[in-house]
Design a protein around this ligand. Structure first.
Ligand SMILES: C[S@@+](CC[C@H](N)C(=O)[O-])C[C@H]1O[C@@H](n2cnc3c(N)ncnc32)[C@H](O)[C@@H]1O
Length: 424
């Protein structure tokens, strides 16, 4: 099928054609291409590394070293994310940013995005940095292949990066999926409600004695998030823009990143922030795309900011008989203001494996069942009010089941802990 004339003219599409990267439509297509062009053994190795990384078991850096062994392999690997690149590139160009004399790409990998921006902003000085030597070697190769003279790449750890050659800060700083690697456990913050998470962050920041609720890794992830945000702030010009498109998998992680930005006196510019929709090997995805400026304002309150961003993508309520998941459930639960708590079960898994709750709430017309964990899982279902007795029985059965699974269970008829049940 031929592309429309408009699509043919889009710089993002043109560029992706030039580098020979088009979106893989399915996982099989992605793997088959690697298999056919680079051999079965390497394809299998990469798939194993990708799966391992998703399970947080493998050192992510080894994946980048393997997939960046050659530029051809690196570009074929990028077909997994080609739709993300195209949509991100389109979106950035639609912003019509002016006065962009210098651009920094944090965690540039093989330079695919960096070289796009160097192509579109030929008068700008564009710098890509990455901690992986192999990635930077491929990025330099790509820059040479595209005959770009305004781009340079450096092997640098962003945590210690200081621009040496030029004192002027950057007009545009980009992080495309890199922040979650710089702050390894950003997606692993534990929370019951965004408000509760925020209180805990504030407690940790104030270095008051621990109240026993925050864990060590939780506090350290917050500190490293703030350190990264502060480094961004130190490299960004006073009127510069920081674009952060991250794989933040739940509202708690989004809040933790916004909180860190606010601590570094960086604020989310709502008029230019959005959720980027794209597909990865045919699977629909949405990542928050934050446009960030220097300065602090009342709209910079991280709790309000998180909810405001969630509202850009989520409906405010759950229909009768329907279930909402993840951030949509968080928001719909919060928006249901006339609900009254009925009862809930709190289950603590053995060996610190996590905590889980199921709660029943009612309003005039219906009942709500909220199922949540301290690792970001959320599910909200609305039932007809006639189902109340049945759902309470089901809740008690669930408690029995969890007890048999060696969980420590508590049945509560008052909200479990003040301010931790989402009502705060
Ligand atoms: C998920 S990849 C994203 C790559 C690229 N931005 C993109 O979207 O195509 C994350 C990149 O961050 C790099 N990285 C991880 N930790 C880093 C650090 N401390 N400093 C600089 N780069 C880092 C990795 O080597 C990897 O190339």
């Amino acid at each position: 099928m031929g592309q429309s004339k408009a699509a043919r003219l889009r710089p993002a599409v043109q560029y992706m054609q030039q580098v020979g990267v088009s979106p893989a439509r399915t996982w099989n297509q992605f793997v088959e291409q690697l298999d056919r062009k680079h051999g079965r053994q390497l394809a299998k190795h990469l798939v194993d590394l990708m799966t391992g990384q998703l399970q947080l078991e493998t050192n992510a850096n080894s994946l980048y070293d393997v997939k960046n062994a050659t530029l051809a392999l690196s570009l074929d690997f990028a077909t997994y994310s080609a739709d993300l690149y195209r949509r991100f590139f389109d979106w950035v160009l639609s912003r019509r940013l002016d006065q962009v004399d210098s651009i920094l790409d944090i965690g540039c990998d093989n330079g695919l995005a960096t070289c796009f921006f160097a192509t579109c902003f030929p008068a700008a000085r564009v710098v890509g940095i990455d901690i992986s030597e192999t990635a930077v070697a491929r990025a330099r190769e790509l820059g040479d292949r595209l005959r770009l003279t305004n781009v340079s790449f450096e092997v640098q750890d962003f945590q210690t990066f200081k621009e040496s050659r030029q004192e002027k800060p950057f007009d545009l700083i980009i992080s495309l999926r890199s922040i979650t690697e710089l702050i390894a456990d950003l997606n692993n913050v534990h929370y019951w409600s965004i408000e509760n998470l925020h209180q805990r962050l504030e407690t940790a920041r104030g270095l008051r004695p621990s109240d026993g609720t925050e864990t060590i890794e939780y506090v350290s992830s917050t500190r490293s998030a703030i350190a990264v945000a502060e480094r961004v702030a130190s490299l960004l010009g006073p009127t510069g823009t920081f674009l952060s498109l991250e794989r933040l998998t739940h509202a708690g992680a989004l809040h933790a990143w916004i909180y860190a930005l606010s601590q570094a006196k960086l604020q989310v510019d709502f008029a230019h922030s959005t959720w980027l929709s794209f597909h990865e090997v045919g699977i629909e995805q949405q990542f928050p795309l934050l446009s960030v400026k220097k300065g602090a304002s009342e709209t910079n309150d991280p709790v309000a900011c998180t909810y405001k961003l969630l509202q850009l993508v989520s409906p405010n309520h759950v229909e009768m008989g329907r279930t909402l998941h993840d951030d949509r459930a968080v928001l719909a639960f919060r928006h249901s203001t006339d609900k009254i708590f009925v009862e809930g079960v709190h289950a603590v898994y053995p060996d610190g494996a996590g905590e889980e709750r199921k709660e029943i709430w009612k309003d005039g017309r219906s009942i709500l069942e909220y199922h949540l964990t301290d690792r970001g899982f959320r599910e909200l279902t609305r039932y007809a009010k006639e189902r109340l007795a049945g759902q309470r029985d089901a809740l008690h059965d669930w408690m029995q089941l969890k007890t048999e699974q060696n969980c420590q269970c508590t049945l509560y008829i008052e909200p479990f802990e003040h301010g931790t049940n989402g009502l705060s």
